[in-house]
Write a protein that binds this ligand. Structure first.
Ligand SMILES: NC(=O)c1ccc[n+]([C@@H]2O[C@H](COP(=O)([O-])OP(=O)(O)OC[C@H]3O[C@@H](n4cnc5c(N)ncnc54)[C@H](OP(=O)(O)O)[C@@H]3O)[C@@H](O)[C@H]2O)c1
Length: 340
């Protein structure tokens, strides 16, 4: 059993912890928080051993009556790997100040920048490259969604260039501080946005082929992407077939009532997903079209959850637990109940 420490138990950390717990070949040996709030309490109630992410803050948890086992330095030696789920930018410091000093393998998340890690992970594209490596980044929710769709398209035709508009959610549902509340914000106002180059960190051969622009809108449920992909030639049926054959991406139909991010999230609720997570990327079947060798499609991304199964495969790759990425994907999918 691989021993996994989760450093940072927020939106991503709590989901990674639960996903690790569902696997047969790995276990959570602890989770960390800096603040003794309800999430710390929930972690203990769920049976996770809780540690302070910052040395010296243990008494804050004790004062609130939250069972704390110590701080990260009391548990890190026992870990085979740390999944860092701290807020963006902190993972970089943790790499230098903790993981390298303790000679620990670590996965950081999409809020960290590519130059600070050995490589960028996606289960379909870079599992082999990350095999046995020490410091890896599980890329952002948007990059993960784009990598899956481009993998599907690439399996049926040659991609010449991709132009992608990202319509991003203003905040996660638990975040009362971000926005906008009543505006549509070009973010960044310059084109290209950083999302295309980020896909290039996973798929270097696409680095110069992708241009992205991004806007933020007042919603919390999901992101949306509108893709225009120039190819050497394909058909609408071949693209849909490729999507159906690719793991963790499927088509949905507006005609069937799945006509917005709202109804897609309702679907995730109806099928009993924890926290209404949708680990898969839904692509609108009606949006798939091919005009003069150019593919058009629209997809949604559940920002809080599509990266979670990727973190699980990344653990298996870095710890050399399974050589074959497809086998790891199947193991993760089966354990989590990921749909095809
Ligand atoms: N949320 C998303 O939609 C999303 C999607 C994909 C990727 N990501 C990436 O995932 C990472 C985590 O994001 P998140 O949304 O999960 O953040 P979050 O909800 O703010 O959670 C961050 C967690 O890290 C803890 N923390 C704070 N300082 C820490 C430190 N010095 N060391 C270790 N842990 C610390 C926080 O604990 P306290 O609350 O106790 O301070 C909290 O539990 C970021 O890189 C982000 O870009 C986020």
């Amino acid at each position: 059993m691989a021993k996994v420490l989760i450093n940072g138990y927020g939106s991503i950390g709590k989901r990674v912890a639960d996903a690790v717990s569902m696997q047969k070949d790995m276990e959570v040996i602890g989770v960390t928080k800096t603040r003794p709030n309800f999430e710390a309490d929930m972690a203990v109630q769920k049976g996770y051993d809780l540690y302070s992410a910052v040395e010296g803050r243990e008494s804050l948890f004790e004062e609130k009556g939250i069972d704390i086992q110590g701080n990260i330095f009391d548990i890190i030696e026992e870990a085979d790997i740390v999944v860092d789920c701290a807020p963006g930018g902190i993972g970089k410091d943790n790499i230098e100040n903790i993981y390298k000093k303790y000679n620990k393998k670590a996965i950081v998340q999409g809020g960290e920048k590519a130059p600070f890690v050995e490589d960028s992970f996606n289960s379909l594209w870079s599992y082999d490259r990350c095999y046995g490596k020490n410091i890896i980044r599980a890329v952002s929710c948007n990059t993960t969604g784009l990598c899956r769709t481009l993998y599907a398209i690439n399996s049926t035709t040659d991609i010449l260039k991709a132009r992608i508009v990202l319509i991003r959610r203003g905040a996660d549902p638990n975040d009362a501080k971000r926005g906008p509340i009543n505006a549509i914000v070009p973010n960044p106002p310059t084109i290209p946005s950083h999302h295309g180059p980020d896909v290039g960190t996973v798929i270097p051969e696409f680095k110069d082929k992708i241009i992205t622009s991004a806007i933020i809108v007042p919603t919390t449920l999901m992101h949306m992407h509108s893709l225009m992909v120039e190819t050497t030639g394909t058909t609408k049926d071949d693209v849909i077939d490729a999507i159906e054959k690719t793991p963790r991406i499927f088509t949905v139909s507006a005609e069937n009532g799945l006509d917005s991010t709202a109804t897609i999230i309702e679907y995730a609720r109806d099928i009993g997903r924890p926290r209404y997570d949708l680990w898969e990327i839904p692509v609108w079947e009606e949006s798939v079209n091919v005009v003069d060798n150019e593919i058009f499609l629209m997809q949604a991304v559940h920002q809080e959850s599509d990266v979670i199964p990727e973190n699980i495969d990344c653990i298996r790759s870095m710890l050399k637990m399974e050589e074959d990425n497809i086998k790891s994907i199947e193991m993760t999918n089966k354990a989590m109940g990921i749909l095809k």
